[in-house]
Design a protein around this ligand. Structure first.
Ligand SMILES: *Cc1c(COP(=O)(O)O)cnc(C)c1O
Length: 424
């Protein structure tokens, strides 16, 4: 059995391995909960995009909010990726991981003046502007610093990505981007402002998108705007189509990145924009299925209506089920014997919330002390982890072939208390 979509994460000889490493051994060494990532799986996911763009002028900017651990950024920086950031903190992470500021694009609806100033000082590649007032602030801050800010406008193409409402971003009711009808006006204003330089246009319609239709629709809408903006005399050097491609969590069948882009590039060529510099901002699809989270079974608690399998990972480590009712595969690290009797459990963590569950109604043959693997845990898990219930965040290991590197130590209680003050 393999992890969905990944030959690098598989049960070999009945036991889960990430590449050539037995994960049970890592749990023994570093404890649980423990995130384990396959570098080969990340690079394979990136390679699908690289194949899709072969022969084109293009830049892949990893949307690092999916997993912003320094060593993960380092893997993508070494592989030639740029980065899509959404905060000043993320910029510092890129720089600390050896990424180049010039390869950074800065998205987000609420950039502060301090974040803008720092990004200008570092020399980032582009600000993806999300409102008309942001254009004015960007111009003001750049003027004070004697700089010119490279800008792209994030347009809201008003297409339905057919995904969970919390992760759809390109509909009229969403807070993201500038409305399609206002875009031309915003570009005219940007072109007037003396400390801005228009460099591109961008969109991002949502996340965990599993069909190509919404991308094709968004591309048409964006290219209509490119036509209109350039007809008004504002030249757009690059076109950025955002991220959002889904992964297989539970038999989902998103198109492969190279197949999706073959389809999109046909449309782009047909509309005469095939030689433009292309940018994309994939997050989840680069890391999601490259990671697992190991957790130990603490207690089995049978009940009249439900049986609970209580594990040592919780909503603070793996927030997606609580936040989006998301589904993650949960499997024993050592495959159960064929004759073992399985029971239906709700797999829950120790946090004091009924929303603290990792999986409902899972058929498992497990005993306390055994290890479970939560699958598809590479994206939007560690980067969303919190210290709720004063729980330290988990450790992380990155596997490369037969080597395992600890890339984040488990947080200690002293780390959690640092910075707090008692009253005099
Ligand atoms: C979150 C985000 C992405 C990445 O989305 P994925 O679904 O993880 O690919 C890309 N661009 C922007 C602006 C984002 O906010």
């Amino acid at each position: 059995m393999t992890h969905p979509g990944h030959p690098h994460i598989a049960w070999t000889g009945g036991e889960l391995h990430v590449e050539q490493v037995r994960v049970a051994e890592l749990a023994r060494q570093y404890g649980t909960p423990l995130f384990i990532y396959s570098q080969a799986a990340m690079l394979a996911a990136l390679a699908a995009y690289q194949r899709g763009f072969a022969g084109r002028r293009s830049k892949i900017c990893y949307a690092m909010k999916a997993n912003s651990s320094l060593a993960v950024l380092q893997v993508f920086a070494r592989a030639g990726c740029g980065f899509d950031i959404v905060s000043g903190g993320e910029l510092e992470r890129v720089l600390a991981a050896g990424g180049k500021a010039a390869d950074v694009i800065f998205s987000g609806v609420g950039k502060t003046r301090a974040e803008i100033a720092r990004a200008l000082e570092a020399g980032i590649g582009c600000f993806n502007v999300e409102s008309e007032p942001e254009l004015e602030v960007l111009d003001e801050v750049a003027a004070v610093m004697g700089r010119t800010a490279p800008v792209s406008i994030r347009v809201n193409p008003n297409v339905d990505p057919k995904t969970h409402p919390y992760i759809s971003t390109g509909l009229k009711g969403n807070k993201f981007g500038i409305a399609h009808e206002r875009t031309l006006h915003a570009y005219q204003r940007a072109a007037e402002l003396p400390h801005l330089q228009v460099v591109g246009i961008d969109c991002h319609i949502g996340s965990q998108i599993t069909e190509s239709g919404p991308y094709l629709d968004a591309m048409d809408r964006v290219l209509d705007l490119v036509d209109a903006v350039e007809a008004a005399g504002v030249r757009l050097r690059h076109i950025d189509f955002g991220g959002g491609l889904g992964i297989d969590y539970r038999g989902d069948t998103p198109p492969a990145a190279d197949a999706l882009w073959a389809e999109l590039l046909r449309k782009l060529d047909a509309r005469g924009y095939g030689d433009r510099e292309l940018m994309i901002e994939p997050g989840r699809s680069l890391v999601g299925n490259a990671g697992v989270c190991l957790t130990e079974v603490l207690y089995l608690k049978p009940g009249e209506q439900k049986n609970f399998c209580i594990v040592d990972a919780a909503m603070n480590d793996l927030p997606r089920p609580a936040m989006y009712e998301a589904w993650h595969g949960i499997e024993p690290v050592v495959a159960a014997a064929a004759d073992a009797s399985a029971t239906l459990y709700d797999v829950v963590g120790p946090v004091c919330e009924s929303g603290d569950w990792l999986g409902h109604e899972r058929r498992l043959a497990v005993q306390p002390g055994e290890l479970l693997a939560v699958l598809s845990a590479g994206a939007y898990c560690m980067s969303m982890a919190s210290n709720y219930n004063t729980r330290g965040r988990a450790a992380e290991v990155l596997v490369d072939g037969d080597r395992a590197h600890l890339i984040r130590e488990r947080e200690k209680v002293s780390d959690l208390l640092r910075g707090e003050r008692l009253l005099p």
